[in-house]
Design a protein around this ligand. Structure first.
Ligand SMILES: Cc1cc2nc3c(=O)[nH]c(=O)nc-3n(C[C@H](O)[C@H](O)[C@H](O)COP(=O)(O)OP(=O)(O)OC[C@H]3O[C@@H](n4cnc5c(N)ncnc54)[C@H](O)[C@@H]3O)c2cc1C
Length: 396
């Protein structure tokens, strides 16, 4: 949409072909529906470090259309952005659908013709030039072609990897796509009971074959299949490595800001002022919202109806230990269907960074998730789309 809008703004006649009956199905899912539209890291050097081996490649593209341009673009289309923790930027309205609306309007204002329900089946090629795209038994001819078919994550949104297939057929080098930024599957019933609940400001420590590997702090989202949320998604590549080493477990610390002794004192104080209330009603005062009954189910030895004055010191310690170390067994990574980003794609060596043009086909431009550029979650993927889309449109 960005590429189409920009090419049309430059005076081209543009036709956008989309196989779904809506534009931006994946965009609508981003940031849990709020759309983490970009990362507002001001220092370009630091920002580009997030793109791993593509750091140098992206220098020119980000000089042409960087984070500032993303802010300006959306603000000038009446969608100002706000910045949250870790420099994650969102539309002020916190609605991904507003981002789609802006892009649709941008295309409409510049007279892009949008044809939905139209699946592209392949290309026709002559002497290193694309000569047409095939749709429903017909061929559409154009001067330039911008490929923006996305990767392979959440294939139900339309991104089924068609672009990877065509690029391979066209003689390009395409690294096998593998899910990277992806939630983790767990076997624990208590996690499943908490589906939809978010554990904020917690710490999770991962172990492989019983040995501590690494720890990370932030927000965890419990789901019916396991755990997700920014820190989990960004740990998934490391966890994938650990899974090769043996059984992977993790401990969630709900109170990382206090050590065991401090937490015990804190809870003792709460217990002292609520002696005649039931255990289950008092634990509710300090367990994260919505988690109380799941946490109590992990302490079957303590009757939840028991009055606080009858809770023994040993029982209180059991509770404190549990709050500092909720145990999770990781059974694996979720697949394409739940991945946020799939690694792999077109080798950037085969793309001209200044124009996004293929080095093998002089009228073909490639954007977004099709490019083999690894990055963490936090708005870096969509920024890559705005940047490469704008440049492809600008040059096509
Ligand atoms: C659940 C989820 C949450 C995410 N959240 C964020 C976030 O908050 N911030 C962030 O930066 N990134 C996020 N991402 C990543 C981000 O959504 C992608 O990087 C981005 O959408 C890629 O854009 P794209 O234009 O390359 O491809 P896509 O958005 O995948 O769009 C490709 C389009 O091409 C169409 N298409 C495919 N094949 C054909 C064909 N043969 N013929 C016609 N049309 C075709 C598809 O239907 C689709 O509409 C998230 C991803 C997921 C899955």
């Amino acid at each position: 949409m960005m590429a189409a809008g920009r090419a049309a703004e430059r005076g081209r006649w543009v036709l956008l072909l989309e196989k779904n009956n809506h534009l931006g199905n994946k965009l609508a899912l981003t940031g849990g529906g709020r759309c983490n539209i970009c990362n507002a890291e001001e220092n370009k050097k630091l920002l580009l470090k997030n793109y791993g081996k593509a750091e140098k490649f992206l220098y020119s593209p980000f000089s042409q259309f960087g984070v500032d341009d993303t802010f300006n673009f959306f603000a000038s289309h009446s969608l100002p952005l706000i910045i949250e923790t870790n420099q994650r930027a969102f539309p002020k309205t916190e609605k991904a659908t507003d981002v789609i609306r802006v892009l649709e309007r941008y295309m409409r204002q510049n007279n892009v013709t949008v044809q939905i329900n139209t699946e592209v089946r392949g290309f026709t090629v002559k002497e290193k030039q694309i000569t047409g795209v095939m749709i429903n038994g017909k061929t559409v001819f154009a001067e330039s072609y911008i490929l923006a078919t996305g990767g392979k994550s959440h294939p139900e949104t339309g991104s089924t990897g068609d672009g990877f297939h065509w690029l391979t057929e066209l003689g390009h080098q395409v690294a096998e796509p593998t899910p990277t930024i992806v939630p983790l599957a767990t076997q624990d019933q208590w996690i499943k009971k908490l589906a939809g609940t978010s554990l904020d400001d917690v710490k999770i420590t991962f172990f492989a074959a019983g040995r501590k590997s690494f720890a990370i702090k932030g927000r965890i989202l419990c789901t019916h299949f396991g755990i997700s949320g920014p820190i989990i998604l960004n740990s998934s590549a490391k966890v994938a490595d650990l899974l090769h080493k043996g059984k992977v477990t993790a401990n969630i610390d709900l109170f990382p800001q206090m050590d065991l002794g401090k937490l015990d004192k804190y809870i003792t104080k709460i217990f002292d002022s609520n002696k005649n209330r039931s255990f289950k009603s008092v634990t509710k005062l300090f367990t994260p919202s919505g988690t109380n009954s799941a946490i109590l189910s992990l302490l079957p030895q303590i009757n939840p109806e028991k009055k606080i004055h009858s809770i023994s010191k040993q029982e209180r310690k059991q509770l404190v230990n549990l709050l500092k170390s909720l145990s999770v067994t990781i059974t694996g990574l979720m697949g394409y269907e739940r991945a946020v980003v799939v690694d792999g794609g077109l080798s950037i060596e085969e793309v001209d960074a200044r124009t996004m043009r293929s080095r093998k086909h002089s009228n073909l431009y490639i954007t977004g998730d099709l490019l083999h550029i690894s990055r963490p979650s936090g708005g870096f993927s969509l920024q890559l789309c705005w940047t490469t889309g704008w440049i492809a449109g600008n040059n096509a």
